[in-house]
Design a protein around this ligand. Structure first.
Ligand SMILES: Nc1nc2c(ncn2[C@@H]2O[C@@H]3COP(=O)(O)O[C@H]4[C@@H](O)[C@H](n5cnc6c(=O)[nH]c(N)nc65)O[C@@H]4COP(=O)(O)O[C@H]3[C@H]2O)c(=O)[nH]1
Length: 800
């Protein structure tokens, strides 16, 4: 230590020492400030800043050394070897570049310290290379301990300088770092100089390629100018980037200020660095000092004002810890009745960015969508999806003693009401039905609309009487069956109910619904307006029906259908005047199947359109081979009337066969007139318009409304065989037949009695003036090939 101080005090010119110190301070200040720029930039820009920084630092170290060497007078004849002097400058710049590059790599304190230590080694490398350039008639004897101390001083102080510099880019830290870097260079130099002892040796020859100390001052001035020049360039670059930064800041401010989202940026400690107005509005922090404040203080203020109901410490610690761990936090908070989604996104370099989005409307829309997806729009009752979920839940929660029943409901003849009175009336009726159902059940039960006129109920009751299910079912049948007054229409609609019980009829919603549906089918088949419980055999019957349906579809392709004909005789002349076409199914395994067993299924599945079309074409074709005065009657199903192509199908059948239209008779039932009567009547008029005749079949069995006879000028009324059957035994049947025949006579409509089986029936009909008769008395329906036989033989012989 003494040696170092002695060297400094006795062997140096103080004025030059102060000048060297000043150059060193200047270079250190520029180097520290450039280090900040380097660390704030990326990639190539960072490399440029590191390069400039190393050039300034290196020149500073070099100039400081040689100014200090000027201050140190080693004696006459001293000079500096030029190449080695220049190499020492290269070392100073190159090693500083490595150290500064390391220090700019990341935030870690140890990396920065290591970078600083490398810069310190650069100072040492420069110093000792510079000393090697010193040429004088003396030998330099080094004191190794002091040499080591000089290297340690340089590295430790330089490491400290860089660590302080990167801690914060403000004036105090920059000043402290500049001071420490100056100390690093200066302390290293003078400690190293203390390690020198010059031993005169006149034998030593001074190289020619040396530079005199006086000339060296010129080089130092160049280095000092280099420092100043680089500082100037850096300042200009800095200015330019400051103005760019300023512009960017203006842009950023306006973008942040106009965002619909709230935004707040925090540093790693939880201090507010930046926020927009939207943030303070949304989080109810308007008018509160926020800039630079710790979040915890803001929360505590809000807590004391009653605007925050959480635990500020707990919350603050949680968000700070999450940001430190690099976790993104998302939560939804409620402020002033609005729902706000907050996302805390950790940011590079510590801290986090919080964004605040008002999702109130979005949330409401989501709720609406989810409600719509699970409720029926018309009645607002749960739909099938929600019903299944609720049934599933009820099954999960049901205890052994609980009773759970699933009801499937179907309104009877709702379709006809909808078709005749229109959809608005149908909709109003469904709403009213939904309301009445709601009144029938308790708060433990669920009512749902599964679609169309299908409703469902889950009855859930604890420790209740088993008769509760039947009681509810009959109550529903009664309530739904009460008359409705809808838009001035007095309506009556019945309901059929199928019931399945859990767990005996099914353990899951699908099974229970399927079985309740099977029971519903049975309720409908048993005459509607009633309820039925599921029974095990129902499933098998449904299965058989499904097989029949599949068979029916295939039968058309396999040409398994055949048209049979039954003669219709004129009562007065006893001549065959027409044949009724009646379809038969020649099933490959089951033999001949009667239409009563497959026509309803064909109607349900819509296959009747295809089948009816085929019968029509076949019947027209067959009739062309009969005498011209013998007509053909073909049955039309109500379902065929819903097909817009009906008229064109009839025309096509006539055209294809060449049968005159007046020889074709189409038989319809009253139910055809029930559905959308205006459209049906238009079709009937169109058919009649081109000469086809229309008969009203099964008269007396359905609604038997005489108004139908007024609504359309039928060519024929067919009296149902149930009346003919009882003609000789029941007076009322006789009275009905008499009324219909006289009605026909007065309206000029042909009357045909169906199902005539006995001579006595025929005799009565003849007496009452019935126009035509049809029945087993004359012939059963027979294949087309037997038509000629039926035509040629008198009836008595056929019966026999
Ligand atoms: N007990 C008894 N029955 C008699 C007597 N005379 C005729 N019948 C039967 O009465 C039915 C008359 O036909 P429908 O009332 O139109 O009733 C028909 C008709 O509604 C429907 N049907 C038959 N073929 C077709 C078709 O091609 N298209 C449509 N849409 N329906 C058809 O199937 C129903 C039943 O047809 P089928 O079984 O052929 O039954 C025929 C016929 O065989 C009798 O003296 N005594």
């Amino acid at each position: 230590m003494y040696q170092v101080l002695n060297c400094l005090v006795t062997e140096h010119d103080w004025r030059l020492v102060v000048l060297g110190g000043a150059i060193c301070w200047l270079a250190s200040a520029v180097a520290i400030s450039l280090l900040h720029r380097a660390r704030a930039s990326q990639g190539r820009t960072r490399a440029i800043w590191v390069g400039l920084d190393a050039a300034v630092g290196g020149c500073g170290i070099w100039a400081t050394h040689f100014v200090a060497m000027l201050a140190y007078d080693p004696g006459a004849g001293a000079g500096y070897n030029i190449p080695v002097t220049l190499i020492s400058l290269v070392f100073a710049v190159a090693i500083s570049a490595v150290g500064l590059g390391i220090a700019s790599l990341n935030e870690r304190r140890w990396t920065v310290a290591m970078g600083g230590a490398v810069v310190g080694l650069g100072v040492a490398a420069m110093h000792y290379t510079g000393m090697m350039a010193l040429e004088l008639p003396a030998r330099i004897v080094w004191s190794p301990g002091i040499v080591l101390a000089s290297v340690v001083f340089g590295s430790v102080f330089a490491a400290m300088a860089l660590v302080v510099a990167v801690r914060r880019d403000d004036r105090s830290h920059t000043l402290a770092a500049t001071g420490l870097l100056t100390v690093a260079i200066v302390s290293h130099h003078f400690t190293a100089m203390g390690a020198v002892t010059l031993v005169p040796d006149p034998t030593l020859v001074i190289d020619e390629l040396t530079i005199a100390p006086a000339a060296l001052s010129f080089l130092i001035a160049v280095a000092a100018f280099a420092i100043l020049g680089i500082s100037l360039v850096a300042a200009m670059l800095d200015r330019r980037s400051s103005s760019e930064l300023h512009q960017q800041k203006v842009l950023l401010d306006s973008a942040i200020g106009n965002m619909s989202q709230g935004l707040c940026m925090f540093d790693a400690e939880g201090r507010i660095l930046l926020f927009n107005e939207r943030y303070s509005e949304m989080m109810d922090r308007t008018g509160m000092p926020l800039q630079g404040r710790m979040l915890i203080d803001v929360l505590q203020d809000q807590k004391s004002n009653g605007k925050w109901d959480g635990d500020p410490d707990e919350f603050f610690n949680m968000v700070v810890a999450a940001a430190k761990a690099g976790e993104t936090l998302t939560r939804v908070v409620t402020r002033n009745g609005r729902s706000i989604r907050v996302v805390d996104q950790p940011k590079k370099g510590g801290g986090w960015v919080a964004t605040f989005e008002d999702i109130t409307e979005w949330q409401q829309a989501q709720e609406r969508i989810s409600h719509m997806a699970r409720h029926d729009a018309l009645t607002n009752l749960p739909n099938r999806t929600l019903f299944r979920e609720q049934l599933e839940k009820a099954l999960r929660l049901a205890k052994r003693s609980d009773q759970l029943a699933v009801f499937c409901l179907d309104l009877d003849h709702f379709k006809e009401i909808n078709d005749t009175l229109g959809h608005p009336v149908g909709d109003a009726l469904l709403k009213e039905v939904a309301r009445r159902l709601g009144e029938c059940v308790t708060e433990h039960d669920t009512v749902a609309r599964l679609g169309g006129d299908e409703f469902a109920v889950v009855q859930f009751c604890s420790d209740c009487d088993p008769s509760a299910v039947s009681l509810l079912a009959s109550h529903i049948v009664e309530q739904i069956g009460e008359p409705y007054d809808i838009g001035g229409h007095q309506l009556v609609v019945g309901v059929s109910i199928g019931i399945s019980l859990a767990p005996e009829d099914g353990k899951n919603p699908d099974e229970l619904l399927k079985n309740a549906d099977l029971a519903l089918y049975r309720a409908k088949a048993d005459g509607r307006g009633t309820y039925r419980y599921f029974e095990t055999g129902m499933d098998a019957r449904a299965q058989a029906r499904r097989i029949l349906e599949l068979d029916l579809r295939a039968a058309l392709q396999r040409h398994e259908f055949e048209v049979y004909y039954q003669p219709i005789r004129d009562v007065a002349s006893d001549e065959v005047v027409a044949f009724e076409a009646l379809v038969r199914w020649n099933h490959s395994l089951r033999g001949l199947i009667s239409p009563v067993n497959f026509i309803p299924l064909a109607e349900e599945t819509g296959l009747i359109v295809q089948l009816g079309d085929w019968v029509l074409r076949q019947a027209c074709m067959d009739a062309t081979g009969w005498p011209d005065n013998v007509d053909v009657a073909v049955n039309l199903s109500p379902v065929q009337f819903k097909n817009p192509n009906l008229v064109s199908s009839v025309k096509a059948a006539l055209r294809a066969s060449g049968l005159p239209a007046h020889r074709l008779e189409l038989e319809i039932t009253e139910s055809v007139l029930l559905q959308n009567s205006a459209a049906t009547l238009a079709v009937l008029h169109e058919l009649r318009g081109f000469g086809v005749r229309i008969s009203l079949d099964d008269f007396g069995t359905g609604y038997s409304s005489l108004s139908y006879l007024r609504s359309f000028p039928f060519d024929k009324i067919k009296i149902d065989r149930s009346f003919v059957n009882e003609l000789t035994t029941r007076d009322d049947s006789m009275a009905i037949v008499r009324a219909v025949t006289s009605l026909g006579k007065s309206l000029g409509i042909v009357t045909t009695a169906e199902g005539v089986e006995t001579e006595a029936q025929f005799e009565l009909l003849r007496r009452e003036g019935c126009t035509q008769a049809q029945g087993y008395l004359f012939s059963q329906p027979r294949p087309a090939a037997e038509v000629n036989t039926m035509l040629s033989r008198p009836r008595a012989r056929i019966v026999a």
